[in-house]
Design a binder for this molecule. Structure first.
Ligand code: IPM
Ligand code: MG
Length: 369
């Protein structure tokens, strides 16, 4: 089939390549079934890119990312590169992609699949049917704020600085994404900051409220301090629909939300830029989990977060809702068949490898199609 959907695949380090391989198999399946074709190019990022090019993201890779319809990302980092200078660390490759593609809205849905209810450390009634969406601001705040750095003081001691900073447009554009998506869900947005101790939090709260009052009165808006939100996420997560928060709080709260679903290995994400005049957005899709060096290369990682990130790509970049639902249903069916990677293993279930989990998803796709 003619392929005009340009995807740049960046498997990265650690378990990245292993989980991405399962996505490639699903891409091939879509092609074979003549459902959809994708023009996939693969390149290096993170430590793998450093080893080959001396930088965690080569200029040519950055250029390709800018030209693609969507970037699929695995994971970066590992002990081998831990002691590199800051600018060459694998994580800088990912942060540069986010910043230069201006991917300010990071969507992290935490969805509990019924077969996995028992895999969560929380009581079944607390998480059954859970479906929340964390929207994390991704190109501002502490991650990119200036001044930053480590300096040596006259007395020989050192000083490390990072800056939390947000402007009105940065808050409003991510707020808008939250309100728009809430309208397609349960119409509730909870905006999270620390307005009790931070000026940037006061501004965040005021701008969110103003945006709500002028453009989104139909959506229910509440505000919460980030520490309370962390507590509420484990106490009663079903009170939330959409949570919108800054870059650093979003990093923390999304890991917390991920564990509600049983494992970090289940959580996908989409990072989106602004829509251009033709409605097209730059976009990057990645599992929320990291490179898991301890199990890398052992065919033991859970590929479902990466497969669900691929489903998000179908939904948000290519408007392929049915196909996205199909992948999601196949993941659910694979879990129902009893397949479990180590991270979601439950008594009485079969422990499968990364490849075997891919097999289970492909088998389910065949059945559902
Ligand atoms: C995430 C990760 C990244 C982050 C790292 C790998 C730079 O933890 O996507 O949540 O801190 O944003
Ligand atoms: Mg994180």
């Amino acid at each position: 089939m003619a392929a005009n959907r340009k995807i740049l695949s960046l498997p990265g380090d650690g378990i990245g390549p292993e989980v991405m391989r399962q996505v490639n198999r699903v891409v091939e399946w879509f092609d074979k079934k003549r459902i959809a074709s994708f023009d996939v190019t693969e390149d290096l990022v993170g430590g793998a890119a450093f080893d080959k090019y001396g930088t965690p993201l080569a200029e040519e890779t950055m250029r390709r990312a800018m030209e693609s319809d969507a970037v699929l990302f695995g994971a970066v980092g590992g002990p081998k590169w831990d002691n590199l200078p800051f600018a060459q660390k694998p994580e800088r490759g990912l942060l540069r992609l986010r910043k230069d593609m201006d991917l300010f809205a990071n969507l992290r849905p935490a969805l509990v699949f019924d077969p996995l209810i028992g895999a969560s450390t929380l009581k079944p009634e607390v998480i059954e049917g859970l479906d929340i969406l964390i929207i994390r601001e991704l190109t501002g705040g502490t991650y990119f704020g200036e001044p930053r750095g480590i300096t040596t003081l006259p007395d020989g001691t050192r000083r490390g600085v990072n800056t939390q900073v947000y402007t009105t447009p940065e808050i409003v554009r991510v707020g808008r994404v939250a309100f728009e998506l809430a309208r397609k869900r349960h119409n509730k947005v909870c905006s999270v900051e620390k307005a009790n101790v931070m000026e940037s939090g006061v501004l965040w709260r005021e701008e969110m409220q103003k945006l709500h009052d002028t453009e989104y009165k139909d959506v229910e808006l509440s505000h919460m301090y980030a520490d309370n939100c962390a507590m509420q996420l484990v106490r009663n997560p079903k009170q939330f629909d959409v949570i919108v928060t800054d870059n650093l709080f979003g990093d923390l709260l999304s890991d917390c939300a991920a564990m509600l679903t049983g494992s970090l290995g289940m959580l996908p994400s989409a990072s989106l830029g602004a829509a251009d005049s033709s409605g097209r957005r730059k976009a990057l899709y990645e599992p929320v989990h990291g490179s898991a060096p301890d199990i890398a290369g052992k065919d033991a990682a859970n590929p479902l977060a990466c497969l669900l990130s691929f489903a998000m790509m179908l939904r948000y970049s290519f408007d392929m809702k049915e196909e996205a639902d199909l992948v999601q249903r196949a993941v659910k069916a694979a879990l129902e068949s009893g397949a479990r990677t180590g991270d979601i293993l439950q008594p009485g279930m079969a422990r499968v490898s990364t490849t075997q989990m891919g097999d289970a998803v492909l088998k389910a796709l065949e059945k559902l199609c």
